[in-house]
Design a protein around this ligand. Structure first.
Ligand SMILES: *Cc1c(COP(=O)(O)O)cnc(C)c1O
Length: 355
C-alpha cells in the first residue's frame, strides 16, 4: 500500500523545549487509515493535523470501542532519532484490538507508516535533556450507529506530541494511596488492553487520592481486593530483601514494555526478579521488618517513578528514608541512557528511524 502525503500549507511555530509539559502540543501532520469490511485497512495517508468530522452517533463516542498506544522518539546527541521497542508496542496494540473486537493491523506496514510520518516531522523531536516526541497511535470505531455491537468501520490514526522532561525539578518520589473501594480492572475484563474505558474508570479514585494529597492510586485486584496490580497507569515493583517483585500478568494488568525492560535489565545485573502475586499485607509486613527497601512504578511517560510513601487503611509508611533508592536510580539512568543512545543496548531495544 502506498502512503499518500498531503503537506500542511502553513507550519506551526514550535513551542519552547524547556516548557513542553505533557500532551499539549501537536505536530503539523498526522497519519490516517480507514477500515471497512470490503476493503480491509485502506487509504493510508499523511495529512495536516486537524479536527476530524464525525457524526454524533459515531460508535466510539457512545460505547468506548477504542484502543491506543504510547511510545516515544528520542533525539540522540548526534541528532539521530531513536525509537524504543516500537515493535512491542505494535504487537500490544493488536492484542488490545483483539480484546476490543477491532480488526488487526499489519505491524510491519504500521512501522513503515510511522517512519514515514517521523521523517516528515523529525524537526519536532525536541533536543533538551529528558524531552522526547510522544507517539500516540489510536483506533476508534466509526459506524454512525447507536445499536450495541462492534463497529464495522474504524479509523486508525497516529498523532505526535513533543513532551517535556518528566522530572524537570529532579527525580522525586511520589506518594501513593491504596484504595480498597475502587478497582481499575477485574479478572475477565479488559484491564490488559490499552482501551479508553480503563482510563475513564480510574478518574474518580485518582481525584480522591489527589484530594488527600497523594499523587497516584495503587490499585488492588478486583476480586479479593488484596493483591497489588498497578499504580496510576504504571506497573509497580517492590524491592524486598534481595528480591525484586512485580505482580504477575494476570490479564487485568497492562503488560508494560518498561516493566519488561526493568525485569530484563535487573536480571542481567544478577538481581533475583520474581513475577508473582504480592499482597498489600505482605508489603506492610516487609516494611515492619525492615525488609522493604524500594518501591517504584514503571511506564513510558516517567520511565521509573520512585514511591516515597504509601497510605493504606489510614496507615502511612515511608519507603526507606523517603528519597530515591539506588535500584530505581540505576534503572532510570540506564534506561534513559539506552533510549538517548548514550549507553550500550545489549537487548537491541533501539530502532533508529531510517532515512
Ligand atoms: C501504558 C500503561 C502502562 C505502562 O506501559 P509501558 O509500555 O511501560 O508504557 C502500565 N499500566 C497501564 C494501565 C498503562 O496504560
Amino acid at each position: 500500500m502506498k502512503i499518500a502525503i498531503t503537506k500542511a500549507d502553513t507550519l506551526k511555530k514550535h513551542p519552547d523545549d524547556s516548557n513542553l509539559g505533557f500532551g499539549t502540543y501537536f505536530t503539523d501532520h498526522m497519519f490516517n487509515m480507514d477500515y471497512n469490511p470490503e476493503k480491509g485497512w485502506h487509504n493510508p495517508r499523511i495529512e495536516p493535523y486537524g479536527p476530524m468530522q464525525m457524526d454524533p452517533s459515531t460508535m466510539v463516542l457512545h460505547y468506548g470501542q477504542a484502543i491506543f498506544e504510547g511510545l516515544k522518539a528520542y533525539k540522540t546527541e548526534s541528532g539521530e532519532i531513536n525509537l524504543f521497542r516500537p515493535k512491542d508496542n505494535l504487537r500490544r496494540f493488536n492484542n488490545s484490538g483483539h480484546i476490543l473486537c477491532i480488526p488487526e493491523l499489519d505491524e510491519d506496514f504500521v512501522l513503515k507508516a510511522l517512519f514515514t510520518l517521523l521523517e516528515i516531522e523529525k524537526g519536532w523531536v525536541p533536543g533538551e535533556p529528558g524531552t522526547s516526541l510522544y507517539i500516540r497511535p489510536t483506533i476508534i470505531a466509526t459506524d454512525p450507529y447507536i445499536g450495541l455491537r462492534s463497529s464495522n468501520t474504524y479509523r486508525f490514526f497516529i498523532i505526535l506530541s513533543p513532551v517535556g522532561a518528566y522530572y524537570p525539578e529532579g527525580f522525586d518520589p511520589v506518594k501513593i494511596w491504596v484504595t480498597t473501594k475502587y478497582v481499575r480492572a477485574v479478572r475477565g475484563g479488559v484491564g490488559e488492553a490499552k482501551t479508553a474505558g480503563n482510563y475513564a474508570a480510574s478518574l474518580y479514585a485518582t481525584e480522591l487520592a489527589q484530594k488527600e494529597g497523594y499523587t497516584q492510586v495503587m490499585w488492588l485486584d478486583g476480586v479479593e481486593l488484596k493483591y497489588v496490580e498497578e499504580v496510576g497507569s504504571m506497573n509497580i515493583f517492590f524491592a524486598i530483601g534481595d528480591e525484586l517483585i512485580t505482580p504477575e500478568l494476570n490479564r487485568s494488568i497492562l503488560p508494560g514494555i518498561t516493566r519488561d525492560s526493568v525485569i530484563k535489565l535487573a536480571k542481567s545485573w544478577g538481581i533475583r526478579v520474581t513475577e508473582r502475586k504480592i499482597s498489600i499485607d505482605e508489603i506492610y509486613a516487609a516494611h515492619a521488618s525492615g525488609e522493604l527497601k524500594e518501591v517504584f512504578g514503571s511506564g513510558t511517560a516517567a520511565v521509573i517513578s520512585p514511591v516515597g510513601a504509601i497510605k493504606f487503611d489510614d496507615k502511612v509508611i515511608t519507603i526507606g528514608d523517603g528519597s530515591v533508592g539506588p535500584l530505581a536510580a540505576r534503572l532510570f539512568n540506564t534506561l534513559m541512557d539506552i533510549q538517548y543512545g548514550k549507553a550500550e543496548d545489549p537487548f537491541e531495544w533501539i530502532l533508529p528511524v531510517e532515512k
